[in-house]
Design a protein around this ligand. Structure first.
Ligand code: DAV
Length: 365
């Protein structure tokens, strides 16, 4: 009998399917920066917003970010969308809500919201499930609503949809006399454990395993809630980087392929034993110029990369050290202008959330 090449029926994946940071990316949500608004000043911001920005935030609470900065960041996002589409990825966008509207709940008020620029913070996609994060910043209380049209679509197409218990964000959640820990002190956080809170960006996916850090937005109670919620499907491991302002783990570790972990050498001078056997790729020192405004992040945002598969990685166009390092390690860097987006507190990983990648619940750790 002559064997003829049959077209391989491509296995139909669930509409939402995300187990790793590196499997072939098919569909992604890219944030929007329109209507970005300075959040009301609050002790929770003091723990993470760079000191040189405090005054600007305090003076502008509830007002829009400078329109020229928003326009420049929007242009970066457009470039990212074009690159992703040209690489064969379906791109969806959230709704830019009116973030100037005051937030009023039984327990607090806030002058307004923030933005819908960072889907990675808001939605935790694990396997076929979308989980809305119980975020600790009062200004971000309603941010999941920017994604509701998308989530409802995905639900109708078969996804699981969960919202973690909506936090109360009462005064007692926060440490009101919080001062930053020094490098030599054990970690300390601006939130307590009175109720579960987390931002999705404090979690990184490794197949059957998630790795999380405690931070100024993610507490022990939040991690326990998620652990119990995912029990039997995923394991959740806590790591403790050396970071005096922890908020989101995706400028600290970033797996680029099975067995290949990009690591922030300052925050993990010694890599946790969880990653035994993995190649450790030390992120090059960031090259963002000092004068470039960064409202809500350190320069280590240079390692906040988005992988399209085990080879292709989207990287900031002017980050020559990172581009050279990726090439040396055998990856295919795809440069995209993103400095002006970085100003708003994130890079490619923050600005996106994976909806569907090929691959399943494999154990890598
Ligand atoms: O320096 O680790 C990461 C922020 C991502 N939203 C940092 C900030």
């Amino acid at each position: 009998m002559i064997a003829t090449a049959q077209p391989q029926p491509s296995k139909q994946l669930p509409v939402v399917n995300a187990f790793t940071e590196w499997d072939l990316l098919e569909e992604v949500v890219v944030g929007v920066v329109d209507n970005a608004t300075f959040p009301e000043w609050h002790i929770s911001l003091k723990a993470t917003v760079p000191d040189n920005m405090w005054d600007l935030f305090q003076r502008n609470a509830g007002r829009p970010f400078p329109p020229e900065r928003i326009a420049a960041a929007r242009k970066d996002l457009e470039e990212l969308v074009h690159i992703l589409e040209a690489e064969g990825v379906t791109v969806r966008r959230p709704d830019a809500l009116d973030f100037r509207r005051p937030i009023v709940t039984p327990h607090f008020t806030s002058s307004g919201g923030l933005y819908a620029a960072m889907p990675r913070d808001v939605l935790l996609v694990v396997g076929d499930e979308i989980i809305e994060s119980p975020m600790a910043w009062r200004s971000r209380y309603f941010e999941p609503l920017a994604y509701r049209a998308l989530i409802k679509d995905y639900f109708r197409a078969g996804a699981r949809w969960t919202a973690a218990p909506k936090p109360e964000l009462r005064d007692e959640l926060y440490v009101h006399d919080f001062v930053d820990p020094t490098e030599d002190e054990p970690p300390r956080y601006v939130i307590t454990d009175t109720e579960p809170t987390f931002d999705a960006a404090d979690f990184i996916k490794f197949g059957r395993d998630l790795v999380v850090q405690k931070s100024n937005v993610t507490n022990e109670f939040g991690i326990r809630w998620l652990q119990r919620h995912l029990e039997g499907r995923f394991r959740v491991h806590v790591v403790e980087p050396r970071d005096t302002h922890p908020m989101h783990i995706d400028a600290t570790i970033m797996p680029l392929a099975p067995g290949k972990l990009l690591v922030n050498p300052q925050r993990f001078p010694k890599v946790p034993s969880l990653f035994r056997g993995w190649d450790i790729l030390e992120a090059p020192t960031p090259c963002i110029p000092d004068g470039h405004p960064l409202y809500m992040t350190s320069k280590w945002i240079n390692m906040n990369l988005l992988s399209l598969d085990e080879k292709r990685v989207v990287v900031e166009r002017s980050d020559e050290p990172m581009i050279a390092a990726l090439r040396r390690w055998g990856f295919t860097p795809i440069p995209c202008n993103f400095r002006n987006f970085n100003t708003f507190g994130g890079s490619f990983h923050c600005a996106t959330v994976d909806v569907r990648r090929r691959g399943g619940a494999v154990s890598y750790l």
